[in-house]
Design a binder for this molecule. Structure first.
Ligand code: HAM
Length: 421
């Protein structure tokens, strides 16, 4: 037996309806907000991810990089944003619309230490709204994430928000961090010593040094916002208030990716027993990503939810998706002539959009009967010798246990009527 690769999981038939429902819900709500789906490749040229996030753990340690047979350097996507922006630029989507509201659903790959809620292949659904500097758009994107978790019925969830400010504010903040951490350099982990020179912001989300006293007492981005950035942040908060979106200001929040400016936010599960991986989703604004990937100088904002974590949160709050796919009909047939009629009726039923099946493994009536019970169908059609010779079928309602004989010719139509379809 060969096992699944470390950090991956199978979605088995008993679980797959949850995934289908979650995706359906996501599509429904994203469409309500005017977002259109974009599907980009699972692998990209490595520079798509490496150019824009050089110092993040995600890119320095966690990407699956490989050369193909043509010696091209490729990377399995660790997130959706960079690939979507690459596609946005390559396909010049900005020519048609001033603002592009895009969404995506798909797998991503990060070489992380697997644990509950953290995998090496995981699913995200996310959005990117590209082309506007309006703080009302920040509120819309955050509001969309908030609206979605409400619609799922999750209660113990909160929105945490902060601002990193514009480029100038970020430069001032970085300088303050360098000054703050330099006297502690020798006590920081090896990676953080390196980060201090290259991008001190990344020290703040180091998994090793997260409890280091110098990290705990570090300056926050809020202390270094210039007037423009402070006003921008205030405007975002005002819009959130007008939309009745509750949030918490998280002055230490910086997020783990390098492309963010201004607004950053996370959606956190405050659910008992949920575990350490309690960030269900996160995102923020990016001012220069489009330009860095060769496009025009356009800003964007987006977020992504981890779908495994959403399902775990729903499980923790005992919210279930109903598996609505109860079959309509299961057919039992005694011998070959009866099975010929069964095959005919099956196709007739499907033609009428009824979910219908029969048993292809059992040889005798008893095992077919077991299969019928297991299928949990609403009606069972029985074709025995007597039925065949009388050109009728017996139809049993599995809920009421009532059974009656109906002429073959109108059997499917009759069930369709009973089902009200
Ligand atoms: P991120 O915070 O790296 O942001 O990932 C977003 C969400 O994906 C996380 O909150 C988490 O729920 C889920 N996630 C991340 N890594 C894993 C993993 N190894 N296993 C399971 N779930 C995981 C981004 O990816 C940005 N692209 C979001 C964004 C969009 N920012 C702007 N636009």
């Amino acid at each position: 037996m060969i096992n699944k690769a470390k950090g991956t999981y199978d979605v088995l038939p008993t679980e797959s309806h949850k995934w289908a429902s979650l995706e359906e819900k996501a599509r429904e709500i994203l469409t309500l907000f005017g977002y259109k789906e974009i599907r980009t490749p699972i692998f990209e040229y490595s520079e798509v991810f490496h150019r824009v996030n050089e110092q993040s753990d995600m890119v320095t340690k966690e990407t699956y990089d490989f050369f193909d047979k043509g010696e091209r350097q490729l990377t399995l996507r660790p997130e959706g944003t960079a690939g979507v922006i690459r596609s946005f630029v390559e396909n010049k989507l900005y020519v048609e619309n001033n603002l592009n509201k895009l969404f995506y659903i798909g797998p991503n790959f990060r070489y992380e230490r697997p644990q509950k809620g953290r995998f090496r292949q995981f699913m995200q659904f996310g959005v990117e709204a590209i082309g506007s500097n309006d703080p009302a758009l920040d509120a819309e994107v955050i509001g969309l994430a908030y609206f979605f978790i409400k619609k799922l019925g999750l209660k113990g969830v909160k929105v945490r928000i902060n601002s990193l400010g514009d480029q100038d504010s970020r430069v001032a903040f970085k300088a303050a961090l360098t000054a703050h951490f330099t006297p502690h350099k020798e006590t920081l982990c090896e990676d953080c010593k390196n980060r201090l020179d290259k991008n001190p912001l990344r020290i703040l989300d180091c998994k090793i040094d997260q409890k280091h006293p110098a990290v705990l007492s570090a300056p926050t981005p809020q202390d270094h916002l210039n007037d423009f950035s402070r006003d921008y942040f205030q405007a975002v908060l005002d819009y959130l208030d007008s939309a009745h979106i509750t949030y918490e200001i998280a002055s230490k929040l910086v997020r783990g990716l390098d492309y963010y400016t201004h607004t950053v936010f996370e959606i956190e599960a405050d659910i008992e027993g949920f575990g350490a991986q309690n960030v269900l989703g996160g995102g923020g604004r990016y001012q220069s990503l489009v330009k860095e990937l060769g496009g025009p100088d356009l800003p964007g904002i987006g977020f992504a939810f981890g779908m495994e974590r959403l399902l775990l949160a729903m499980e923790a709050e005992e919210i279930s998706f109903v598996d609505q796919h109860q079959p309509d009909i299961f057919i039992l047939a005694i011998d070959k002539p009866a099975r010929e009629l069964a095959v005919k009726l099956l196709f007739e039923a499907r033609e009428q959009n009824l979910v219908a099946d029969m048993d292809y493994t059992g040889t005798n009536f008893k095992s077919q009967f077991k299969a019928a019970l297991k299928s949990n169908s609403k009606y069972v059609i029985i074709i025995g010798e007597a039925e065949l010779s009388n050109k009728v079928v017996s139809i049993k309602n599995t809920e009421t246990q009532e059974q009656e004989q109906v002429p073959v010719k109108i059997a499917i139509r009759t069930i369709k009527n009973w089902l009200g379809k």
